[in-house]
Ligand binder design. Sequence first.
Ligand code: DON
Length: 419
Amino acid sequence: MAKSPIQDYLQALHARFSGLTSGKVADYIPELSLADPGWFGICIATQDGHVYEVGDCSQPFTIQSVSKPLTYGRALEQHGEAAVLEKIGVEPSGDAFNAISLHPQSGTPLNPLINAGAIAACSLVPGDSMEDKTATILETFSRYAGRQLDIDHKVYRSESETGHRNRAIGWMLRNFSVIENDPTATLETYFQQCSIRVTCRDLAIMGATLANGGVNTLTGQRAVPEKFVANVLSVMATCGMYDASGDWLYRTGLPAKSGVGGGIMAVQPGRLGIAVFSPRLDQQGNSVRGLAVCHALTADLGLHMFDASQRAIPAIRRATMRRSVKSNQRRTQQANDYLLNVGKKLRVFHLHGALTFASIESVVRVLPGAARPLWLNVICFLDSAQKSWLWSISCWPPERMPKVKPSLPPARPRTNCLS
Ligand code: DON
């Protein structure tokens, strides 16, 4: 099979940053210190399920904080936005991931991606026991990854035995009634969540699942309701890299989340999931090679979300008058006369691309006055599935159009046309 230029590019990127050896493997969770600092993988998964990978992309490691946005999505699914916002804020803390960053008045954690917010989100996951909650989280994460994931129990025990700071955070949240009962089960669930084993490939596919509106691009399974994807990506964009989130968004313009296991998962909404795995971390707990690779990827491939070159493409691919469209359907003279008559008034717009406001505006602008309100109403109230259905039918050949029969007299039954 011909080598893909993208694979070559990733190979070159991997070679370029293999020489970057600054940073330290995490050791505050003793089991994590056993990681090989040389491990290094880069993986890109497209929204439609194509995966490019180079380096140690099948080397298992623990997901750690990359788990937090996924659990946040599960808490939103369970309780809805308003209820979760009452318990967990969406403001960047500007502090380290394990800081006791609670709102001075309410005692609520500032966002769901610092440990305090992640522990609170864990308490909102359905399940009365640690086992139930962990099973829910494993099931959700496996949908994102498109395969059954498991827990690295050695890392779990190591974290549970040394998780004193997180326990302090757990009891602070109990003190402010953010967690409404003994936090022990929630804390153990959180330690299990962080100890779920993934690979760099899994993280890229999880990112592509978010890029694809919550549906796994390989299995077609939904991992999170579409309406919460923007919430998850928003906190990833503003808080995902802790007190380096500002610098990250400035350079990459991509929602992302890092973990002390050495993983970084980044998302280009609607397009890509990107993952880098390298255990050497900087002061903020972000993978050093992961940061460098993502900065280069964004610059080289123009991935920055705020890059104006990603303008909306005009939605009208072709506009025709009904009478100029040739049809093979055989009709009675009366029917033909009727169509000829209305044909002058019928315009067919063939649309393409995502029906976003910006692209549809270019359609509404050219619609004859009378039709505008109808079109606008139709567009604004459709969800994306309906919009893409509307888009698809506007390109269907006539024989595939849904059978909406105009009230014409019945056609003469087909006989042998030669008679
Ligand atoms: O709670 C902890 O400290 C770890 N389980 C997760 C921290 C983490 O991954 C921070 N990320 N950069």
